[in-house]
Design a protein around this ligand. Structure first.
Ligand SMILES: [Zn+2]
Length: 471
């Protein structure tokens, strides 16, 4: 061993190009260990308790209602959307009883007036289960996870409310993910509030989610992040390839509006267009998901959604909230929105036989790890700035102190301007100003996270240029 080291040293003296390149820049005061590196045992337990067989049972039960079309009948106890929503609510109430009644389950219902895909006034009902946060400083911070429980055969007829519309993948898979998370996570305590939501009328125009999101906006609720799970059920591509180790996470940058907010202008002026709250949420979900769920990869896609398609995250983005969509990596359109039938030996229809329940469980675990991390962590720090009133080669970041009592400090993260995900980090301690020596803000993108005493970190915040010395 010693001999080989000697030979390498000797060779590098003779051929300096063989020597390992010193990392540039050398003056970075970055420490190696961070309190955020360790695994949180509570999150590990939650991830382990997510059950593929529970998810399978939920999906098959939802398919058993025949159709869950938003215009289908509501009186029957065995068929139609009314029976489906009453069953979802009763299951959520069972989870609530099993967890000491902390999970608050309710119908969020309203009459939808006629519109493009709703010919007559129709009662639409979301099932909403809320797990209130336990920390006074955090309980008003809310994270929402959703799936839509309605189904359709809209490839044939968007108003067909009587044909079988099993919707096993679209979107009993997402509904089952939300219900299973509600079951498991309601047994634990979190600082912030979690809302587990199964919504109606996604297929009629995102109507259920829009109703709830609009209520949230009117009440000025602090929805700090939203994930919709829609079509997370199949690991099999149209051409038969199997990919059960990836999930797509659609995350938009700056929304395409004709007017930009001052924050968006500041992002664009400083090359921060990739550091919107939605993109920071996506980075966080990818990091937490891959940290806690072995063999799974989160493929972040810089788009709101797929071409010609939409989802319930959209109505949250449109109201200024950070929101993303999870979907399987390869879709098979024979098994979405189709009337159940066989043509030339090819089976059409969104049936349970085309769902990979273990895969749904893996995607659910990614959701659960990210949501648990978000709800255990402090809020993302406020008023984050980068000092920009003198020419210098160091980078000084400033921010406001968080108000939570369990704050341990703040972490600085950075990456090259062309890199999608954080590359380096340094724990700054419990301070509100920190200089990263030897790294110029001209050459890197920075972020600041708040970290609590258990090592739970918030998503990162992009620093806006601070023009004056503030402290
Ligand atoms: Zn869907």
């Amino acid at each position: 061993m010693k001999k080989s080291i000697f030979i390498i040293l000797a060779l590098t003296l003779i051929f300096p190009a063989l020597a390992p390149k010193a990392e540039t820049p050398a003056r970075t005061n970055q420490s190696q260990a961070s309190p955020t590196d360790k695994l949180n045992p509570q999150i590990q337990k939650i991830v382990r308790e997510i059950s593929a067989s529970n998810i399978e049972a939920i999906i098959k039960r939802l398919v058993g209602f025949g159709t869950r079309h938003s215009l289908s009948e509501t009186e029957s106890d065995t068929r139609g959307i009314g029976a489906a929503r009453r069953w979802i609510k009763s299951e959520m109430e069972r989870y609530s009883r099993d967890s000491g009644g902390r999970l608050q389950v309710e119908f969020d219902e309203f009459i939808q007036e006629p519109m493009r895909r709703i010919p007559n006034p129709t009662k639409l009902v979301n099932v909403v289960a809320t797990l209130p946060g336990k920390q006074a400083e955090s309980k008003d911070r809310i994270y929402v996870v959703s799936g839509h429980y309605d189904s359709c055969v809209c490839s044939q007829d968007v108003l067909d409310a009587t044909s079988d519309a099993p919707g096993a993948n679209d979107d009993a898979s997402g509904t089952a993910a939300v219900m299973e998370m509600a079951r498991v996570m309601s047994k634990y305590e979190f600082d912030a509030t979690l809302v587990f939501m199964t919504v109606a009328a996604e297929e009629q125009g995102l109507l259920g989610a829009a109703h709830w999101a609009e209520m949230a906006k009117q009440k000025n609720l602090n929805i700090a992040g939203m994930i919709t799970n829609d079509i997370i059920g199949s690991s099999r591509a149209e051409d038969g390839r199997i990919d059960n180790t990836h999930v797509r996470l659609f995350a938009e940058g700056i929304p395409p509006k004709s007017e930009l907010s001052p924050e968006q202008v500041a992002l664009l002026r400083t090359g921060g267009e990739n550091d919107t709250p939605t993109r920071q949420l996506a980075r966080y979900i990818k990091e937490m998901g891959e940290k806690y769920v072995k063999d799974m990869n989160v493929t972040v896609i810089y788009r709101r959604d797929r071409y010609l398609r939409g989802g319930d995250h959209s109505v949250f983005i449109d109201r200024g909230y950070a929101a993303v969509r999870m979907s399987e990596p390869n879709e098979d359109y024979k098994h979405q929105h189709q009337k159940v039938r066989e043509e030339n030996g090819v089976k059409y229809g969104d049936l349970p036989e085309f769902v990979d329940f273990n895969y749904v469980a893996q995607v659910t675990r990614i959701n659960a790890a990210a949501l648990a991390g978000l709800a255990l962590a402090p809020a993302a720090p406020g008023n984050v700035g980068v000092e920009a009133f003198r020419l210098e080669n160091d980078t000084t970041l400033v921010w406001e102190a968080n108000k939570e009592p369990d704050i341990a400090g703040y972490q600085i993260v950075w990456r090259e301007t062309t890199a999608p995900f954080w590359q380096k980090k340094v724990f700054a301690g419990n301070v509100t100003r920190y200089t990263v020596k030897g790294l110029s803000k001209d050459n890197y993108l920075f972020g600041v996270q708040a970290v609590d005493k258990d090592g739970n970190a918030s998503p990162s915040v992009y620093p806006m240029p601070a023009r004056r010395r503030s402290r």
